[in-house]
Design a protein around this ligand. Structure first.
Ligand code: ADP
Length: 287
């Protein structure tokens, strides 16, 4: 992975000058082939590939779909860092700096920050990882525009892109129900989703993920998880990020995964779709 951070910066600069290096589209791979490729990329025991690096995966999906939850679980399982650009942006706006006020203004209105800013933050995070000897990554929240996807494709091989999907009615409720403990940093969700099945299918049930008693009085919400801002984020996703799904579909890298319900129901099914085993059965069953 060495050098990706520098390559991303260089490629971003080239793309600004109109020299973007996009890969040639290849034929769409069959879902079975993709799953096999995912399993091969994850490897068996040490999860290292023949070329020594670990998985380089991307998570796509609307706000509230659960990218962070599943990316973080897979990162523990595969022993690769989970890099969420939303977290990098929140860290940047919380730390005193020339851009923090400007960043807060953009994020709290549900808009995307510029490709330049996001690429700087991501390159810095990858550089720090390279210094620590990190191999591979699971990206969450990047790429979010076609230009970001072209830049990433120009500098490294993404093995697999997991496109998480959830019924539209559940997305807003999930964002509005999101809570974090200001002390331990734990993530919870107070939304209790129980909706009619589609086309005669089974009901969808996503029970709340409630905090333990010691966190109850310390819960906070993200400033951008208000109804108005979530609706704007969903609109921005459809305008700017949906085309990224097509970008990877055309390159045979997109694995679509429809979340059937809450974590206990969805996690084993996601592992099955990826041909992966979770040796820690307790964690599989945990909400
Ligand atoms: N790749 C990106 N490009 C531009 N802006 C980003 C990117 N990733 C994160 N952001 C900014 O950070 C905010 C929060 O991101 P994230 O935590 O991924 O939220 P979401 O729940 O909308 O997926 C976004 O609304 C956007 O302002």
């Amino acid at each position: 992975m060495a050098g990706i951070s520098r390559a991303i910066r260089a490629c971003a600069a080239a793309s600004r000058r109109g020299l973007s290096a996009a890969a040639d589209p290849s034929k769409e791979a069959a879902a079975a082939g993709l799953r096999a490729a995912a399993a091969a990329a994850a490897g068996r025991k040490g999860r290292d590939r023949e070329d020594g690096r670990r998985v380089q995966w991307v998570f796509l999906g609307c706000p509230g779909v659960g990218k962070g939850t599943y990316a973080s679980r897979l990162s523990q399982l595969l022993d690769v860092p989970h890099i969420a650009t939303g977290d990098l942006v929140r860290d940047a706006l919380a730390s005193p700096g020339p851009h923090s006020k400007q960043l807060a203004e953009i994020v709290n209105h549900g808009k995307l920050v510029s490709d330049e800013i996001i690429i700087n933050l991501l390159s810095k995070r990858l550089e720090e990882g390279e210094e620590k000897g990190e191999l591979g990554f699971i990206l969450d929240g990047f790429p979010r525009t076609i230009r970001q996807a072209e830049i990433l494709e120009g500098v490294t091989d993404i093995d697999l892109v997991i496109n998480l999907k959830l019924r539209e009615e559940a997305l807003l409720a999930k964002c509005l129900g999101r809570r974090m403990c200001s002390q331990c940093g734990g993530n919870f969700n107070v939304a209790d989703i129980n909706i009619e099945g589609e086309n005669g299918g089974p009901r969808m049930y996503m029970p709340p993920l409630l905090p333990p008693p010691q966190c109850e009085s310390k819960l906070i919400s993200r400033a951008d998880d208000t109804e108005e801002v979530v609706k704007e984020r969903l609109r921005v996703y459809h305008d700017l990020s949906k085309p990224v799904e097509e970008f990877y579909r055309a390159r045979g890298k997109l694995l679509e995964f429809n979340l059937p319900g809450g974590i206990p129901e969805s996690w084993p099914k996601l592992l099955e779709a990826l041909n992966l085993d979770d040796p820690d059965n307790e964690r599989s069953a945990a909400a």
